[in-house]
Design a binder for this molecule. Structure first.
Ligand SMILES: [Mg+2]
Length: 269
């Protein structure tokens, strides 16, 4: 798992530098999923930087498009895009848009407005079935995404269609744009809810690389059912002063703090 650890650290550092450079972005949302993005791109997704449109590649859809810088970092570190694009993130005429864009090689679908990723991922899963392809469709969503009606329509439909080639990963840090999730819309027992909607659901520690790998590498968890992985995470993981805070949602680290914050991440075991 050394490579995953290294990539997760790099994703955190890149996300912090990119959002600082662009003076905009959602650093808390990026750091929350950095470990999972690292495992996906290092060990799980069947994708090829030399052939990003390879027909039978796995499809990864980031529904929480506001956190796209973390995926851009992974794509740069895996060779899909040049590393020097990263410092154009959120800049005028830059190569990398503030919310994730399919104009960037390796990105499947543009998102930003919540509730769009999973419905599209369901369509991709049905298309894969028609094509008799073994490719897997993995969608990552957020607390805010799980408040959207379109997400729950897609959840019902995926169960109806028995889409075992579909996985929903929920970056369940329990913080969203305007508050802690229990104060905005409490998702309550999310695992039981998803199971009642016909999915196979499990809970993992979304910062434990071994646990992430064990869960992601054993898909689908049950034949004939879509899989939901509820990943318990910490918003802005890696910057203790901002962990689990609402203010870390839409934020960048200012110039005066950035070197100290990055030094701490670099030194972390
Ligand atoms: Mg959240």
């Amino acid at each position: 798992m050394e490579n995953c650890k290294k990539l997760a650290k790099q994703i955190r550092i890149d996300s912090i530098r990119m959002t600082n450079n662009g003076k905009s972005g959602h650093v808390g949302s990026m750091l929350s999923m950095a470990d999972m993005i690292a495992v996906l791109y290092e060990k799980i997704l069947n994708v090829d930087p030399k052939n990003p449109k390879m027909p039978d590649r796995d499809r990864f859809v980031l529904s929480k498009g506001h956190a796209g810088a973390a995926v851009y970092s992974a794509l740069a570190n895996k060779g899909f895009i040049p590393r020097d694009w990263l410092m154009t993130y959120y800049c005028d005429n830059g190569k990398l848009m503030g919310h994730i864009s399919h104009k960037v090689p390796g990105v499947e679908f543009s998102t930003g407005s919540l509730g769009h990723g999973l419905p599209v991922a369901v369509g991709m899963a049905i298309a894969a079935r028609y094509a008799k392809s073994d490719r897997r469709i993995i969608c990552m969503s957020s607390d805010g995404d799980m408040n959207e009606g379109s997400t729950w329509e897609a959840i019902m439909f995926a169960a109806q269609e028995k889409l075992s080639n579909l996985t929903l990963v929920i970056d369940y840090n329990q913080v969203q744009a305007l508050g802690h999730s229990e104060e905005v819309i409490d998702l309550r027992d999310l695992k039981a809810k998803l199971e009642n909607f016909g999915w196979s659901a499990c809970e993992i520690d979304g910062h434990n690389l071994d646990e992430i790998y064990a869960s992601f590498s054993s898909l689908p968890h049950k034949e004939g059912k879509p899989t939901a992985i509820i990943a318990h995470t910490i918003k802005c993981k890696g910057i203790p002063a901002l962990e689990d805070t609402v203010k870390s949602h839409y934020r960048f680290i200012p110039d005066e703090d950035i070197e100290q914050v990055i030094k701490k991440i670099e030194e972390e075991e």
